[in-house]
Design a protein around this ligand. Structure first.
Ligand code: KMH
Ligand code: ZN
Length: 274
């Protein structure tokens, strides 16, 4: 099996400062977290940005500062969110692509998101994809429900996507597909040929889904965006969630990928040496 790519989603858009003291808000904190995550075995960092007071922002200047700070600290792959937060306009969500991150997420369909709706109509997806093409950004397809794979195939038929792609199954969002090994196997079986995939289990499913992915030859996403706890009642730090997955994978005979190896697996360009 190929080396395990561990993505860390350290902050997200929904978790509030009252829920945990371990969210990185500032560009410097994001860079420190990215460095610690890299040292723990992570090779991709999935970036949302916050203001200094912890509120969410998709301000391009803030993303630029975060990108520069992370790149100055580590060689980890930087992946921007174009999902943003509920209520953001599609233009706002796509605006950060002008910074040409190596990767960015593309959610492949609308989904209930708790009591809200995370809206990703075909016009929204097409608009984000066109910006990805314009700025040469590699998508990671976020799949919250099985129909999202059909939507991705439709975008491919329209010529806006070429398979194979890297796909991330986000399982366990209230309103989306539940996090179970059966559901994961079903989704993997439905993937277009040669796609690589990872899984992000929400809440306590994060570890269960990681274990399944390690065994199945997939890749893993962890981090506070998806799960606040290391164990029952014990808040987690991002890097220890990564370190635990790396430890388990090593024990299972799957070494973790360096960012350089992850770029090779995903077909990304090598990082230019400054
Ligand atoms: N914050 C969620 C509404 C992504 O980053 O691409 C969407 C999200 C997905 O987090
Ligand atoms: Zn996200």
């Amino acid at each position: 099996m190929e080396p395990l790519i561990i993505t860390c989603a350290p902050v997200g858009a929904e978790i509030t400062p009252e829920q945990t003291p371990y969210l990185p808000y500032t560009p410097v904190q994001l860079a420190q977290t990215a460095k610690a995550v890299r040292e723990a075995g992570g090779s991709i960092v999935h970036v949302h940005c916050r203001n200094d007071d912890g509120t969410n922002t998709h301000d391009v200047e803030r993303f630029r500062q975060a990108y520069d700070a992370i790149r100055g600290a580590t060689d980890i792959i930087v992946q921007f969110s174009t999902g943003g937060a509920i209520g953001m306009t599609p233009e706002e969500r796509a605006s950060v692509l002008q910074l040409r991150p190596e990767m960015a997420t593309l959610t492949c369909g609308s989904v209930n998101f708790g009591d809200d709706i995370f809206e990703n109509s075909f016009p929204i997806m097409r608009g984000i994809l066109r910006k990805m093409h314009e700025f040469g950004v590699r998508p990671e397809l976020e799949i919250f429900d099985k129909g999202h794979l059909a939507n991705a195939r439709r975008l491919a038929k329209e010529g806006l996507l070429q398979f194979p792609q890297h796909v991330d199954f986000v399982l366990g969002v209230p309103g989306g597909m539940e996090a179970s090994v059966d559901n994961l196997c079903d989704l993997v079986a439905d993937l277009p040929d040669e796609c690589t995939w990872s899984v992000a289990g929400i809440g306590r499913a994060q570890l269960q889904m990681a274990l399944a992915a390690i065994a199945m030859g997939g890749h893993v996403r962890v981090g506070l965006e998806d799960n606040l706890y290391y164990s029952k009642g014990r808040l987690a730090r991002n890097e220890e969630l990564v370190a635990r997955v790396a430890r388990i994978a090593e024990e299972a005979g799957r070494p973790v990928a360096t960012p350089e190896q992850a770029r090779e697996i995903l077909g990304l360009k090598k990082l230019a040496v400054a």
